[in-house]
Write a protein that binds this ligand. Structure first.
Ligand SMILES: NC(=O)c1ccc[n+]([C@@H]2O[C@H](COP(=O)([O-])OP(=O)(O)OC[C@H]3O[C@@H](n4cnc5c(N)ncnc54)[C@H](OP(=O)(O)O)[C@@H]3O)[C@@H](O)[C@H]2O)c1
Length: 304
């Protein structure tokens, strides 16, 4: 029996990892997050409140459960908020990672840590794991520093970098590009979709599987884990609109310059994923297959 502890279990990726782990035999799943457990399913795993910026609590929880694997999905993920609240971003995305690394080493746990395509400047995508990071924003900088904390300090580790994650969350506490498009267009709202940033959307369920495999196999090193198709955000939004038969005329094409967000974003990312395919058995669904799954999930909760 392996014990797997997940941080940030109320988040988009965290929720999908818990749902996948509770189906697995021979795994004891410990979900941890801030405040109360917000997953609809409350059985098949244990939940404990854990703020990873509190080192004493981290140490205590780690000593109590002595996990074989820790999957760290907790992070400050709002890119513009990170630009504006730099200390907070640093505390969560860097300092708490160092503390987690120390606690993992103390109980010989393998750490699976999540990072981002934003560590690259987007001038030369698609990227392989050995390409050199050059972060453009404070979010990206803190995520890169978090990677370094793992690489320099952890004895057993995997870093999974990923790209815009999409999926349905239980409590509607978070949005993502697919849900945002779906919800906005259903409400008849006009939306701005960027026409000069290219990404490979990643289905949260696929990424969750890769995280679990990285932990169970104790895969060592950096892995690029994303969907295979790279597309412009505007095209992505239009695909979602037409898939759900929504009014595409509400989608407004806008450049990064016009949108003028507080944090700078890389223009073209996308990953070469062959290392993850080989070592983790990663087989991402196509974007349309991902949307089919989302449609089923929305139907199940009566949102469609
Ligand atoms: N989303 C993307 O498109 C994307 C792209 C590339 C990389 N990533 C990386 O992938 C990982 C997972 O992303 P995600 O989309 O699942 O993020 P998410 O939905 O924002 O989830 C992050 C979770 O961390 C929790 N959290 C915040 N502060 C915490 C703290 N001090 N202690 C413990 N938990 C805390 C949040 O709690 P609350 O729910 O209570 O706020 C949330 O549940 C992150 O490392 C992110 O940087 C994400």
């Amino acid at each position: 029996m392996k014990t797997i502890l997940v941080t940030g279990s109320n988040g988009l990726l965290g929720q999908k990892i818990i749902y996948a782990l509770r189906e697995m035999r021979n795994v004891r799943c410990i979900a941890t997050g801030i405040g109360i457990n917000r997953l609809r399913a409350q059985d098949g795993y244990e939940y404990v409140t854990l703020d990873i910026t509190n080192p004493e609590d981290v140490k205590q929880v780690m000593q109590l459960y002595r996990p074989d694997v820790v999957i760290n999905t907790a992070a400050m993920t709002n890119v513009d908020a990170c630009e504006q609240r730099r200390d907070e971003a640093e505390a969560l995305n860097v300092t708490s990672v160092k503390q987690l690394v120390a606690s993992c080493n103390a109980c010989s746990a393998h750490l699976v840590h999540l990072s981002t395509d934003f560590v690259f400047d987007g001038s030369a995508g698609p990227y392989v794991e050995t390409d050199t990071p050059n972060p453009l924003s404070h979010y990206a900088f803190t995520k890169w520093q978090g990677e370094k904390a793992v690489m320099d300090g952890a004895t057993s580790w995997s870093i999974l970098r990923t790209i815009i994650i999409y999926g349905v969350v239980d409590d509607n506490s978070r949005s993502n590009v697919v849900l945002w498009t779906f919800n906005s267009l259903r409400q008849g709202k006009v939306i701005n979709a960027i026409n000069d940033q290219f990404r490979s959307p990643t289905l949260a369920e696929d990424l969750a599987d890769a995280c679990i495999q990285a932990g169970l196999r104790k895969a060592h090193g950096i892995y690029h884990v994303s969907g295979r198709e790279t597309m412009c955000i505007l095209d992505l939004v239009n695909i979602v609109a037409s898939f759900f038969n929504l009014d595409g005329s509400l989608v407004r094409s806008i450049s990064s310059e016009e949108l003028n967000q507080p944090a700078k974003r890389p223009p073209v990312t996308g990953f070469i994923i062959s290392k993850a395919e080989q070592d983790l058995g990663f087989k991402p669904r196509t974007f349309l297959e991902g949307l089919e799954l989302i449609k089923k999930q929305l139907l199940m909760v009566g949102a469609l």
